[in-house]
Design a protein around this ligand. Structure first.
Ligand SMILES: [Ca+2]
Ligand SMILES: [Ca+2]
Length: 271
C-alpha cells in the first residue's frame, strides 16, 4: 500500500454516529421556536414591569396633587364668611370652595361675570387666564384636567412641582391652549370637586362618600359612607385611557372603563 493509499484509508469516513451528531432541520426549528418563546416571555415580563412602573409613577403624581388640593380644601373649615345661620355659612363656604377649586369652565365663566371685588385672589387669577384665551376654542370636554392645572399653577396652590425629585409631566392633549397634568400614559389627570357618585372599589354598590362636606356646619355629622365626608377626586384613566365616569364621578352605566382607573382614594377603598 502506497503512502497515499494508507493516508487515504486513515482518513475518518463519516459514520452513522457522526451523522446523528449533526443538527437536523427539526432540531434547528425546535431551537428557534424555544428562542422565540423565551424572547416573547421576556418581552411580556418587561411589558408587565413597565405597566407596573407607570402605575407606581402615576400614583405618586396623584398623591402629590392630592396633597396640594387637600391643603387648600381643608382650609375652608376655619374661614370666616358673612352668614347669619349655619345653613347660610355652609352654602357660602361651599360656593367659595367651588370657585377656588373649579372643575368646569362654566364655573370659571360664572366667576368672570362677577365684579372683581367679589372674587378671591385665586378666582381673580382664573378669570385673568380665562379672559386671555380664545374661549370658543377651549374644549369643554377636557375641562376638569385643565381646571386642575389652572388651580394648582395659576391659583398659586403649588410653589414647586419638581420638589422631592418628582417631575409632573404637563401637556395640552387637545391643543386648545389650556394645559393639563399628565399621567404616565400621557393622558390628562382629571379632577372632580364633589365626587358624589363615586363608587370604590369598582362595582361596589354604594357611593364612596356621604353628601356631607368637611366644612359644612349643618351636615358635617351625617356620615355613613365608607369614604366619610366628601373630598375632591384626583383620577387617572389608567391603562385604557378612558375614565368611564360621569360629571359627579359616577360610573357610566354598562362601562368597565373605570375599572383600571387610579385615584387618590384607592388605598382607603381597600381598608
Ligand atoms: Ca388642553
Ligand atoms: Ca380607565
Amino acid at each position: 500500500m502506497s503512502f497515499f493509499e494508507r493516508f487515504s484509508l486513515a482518513r475518518p469516513t463519516p459514520t452513522r454516529a457522526a451523522c446523528q451528531r449533526a443538527f437536523s432541520l427539526v432540531e434547528v426549528l425546535v431551537t428557534v421556536a424555544i428562542i422565540l418563546t423565551l424572547a416573547s416571555m421576556t418581552m411580556a415580563a418587561v411589558s408587565v414591569a413597565n405597566g407596573s412602573g407607570k402605575k407606581v409613577r402615576t400614583r405618586t403624581v396623584i398623591a402629590k396633587i392630592d396633597a396640594i388640593i387637600m391643603a387648600q380644601y381643608e382650609s375652608y373649615a376655619g374661614r370666616s364668611v358673612a352668614a347669619t345661620s349655619d345653613a347660610a355659612r355652609g352654602e357660602a363656604l361651599r360656593t367659595l370652595a367651588k370657585g377656588d377649586l373649579p372643575d368646569t369652565w362654566s364655573t370659571v365663566a360664572t366667576l368672570a361675570a362677577k365684579s372683581e371685588s367679589e372674587l378671591t385672589p385665586h378666582q381673580r387669577a382664573y378669570v385673568a387666564v380665562w379672559k386671555s384665551v380664545d374661549q370658543a376654542q377651549v374644549v369643554v370636554s377636557n375641562a376638569s384636567p385643565e381646571c386642575l392645572f389652572l388651580a394648582v399653577m395659576h391659583g398659586g396652590l403649588a410653589d414647586c412641582l419638581d420638589c422631592d425629585s418628582l417631575r409632573i409631566e404637563v401637556g395640552d392633549t387637545d391643543n386648545d391652549g389650556m394645559p393639563e397634568f399628565l399621567d404616565a400614559w400621557n393622558h390628562p389627570i382629571a379632577f372632580v370637586h364633589a365626587p358624589s357618585g363615586l363608587r370604590l372599589p369598582f362595582n361596589s354598590n354604594a357611593n364612596f362618600f356621604s353628601s356631607a362636606l368637611p366644612f359644612d356646619p349643618v351636615v358635617a355629622t351625617s356620615l355613613g359612607a365608607k369614604g366619610g365626608l366628601m373630598r375632591p377626586l384626583i383620577v387617572s384613566a389608567g391603562t385604557d385611557g378612558a375614565l368611564g365616569l360621569g360629571a359627579d364621578a359616577s360610573q357610566i352605566p354598562g362601562s368597565n372603563e373605570s375599572r383600571d382607573n387610579l385615584t387618590n382614594f384607592d388605598e382607603e377603598a381597600k381598608l
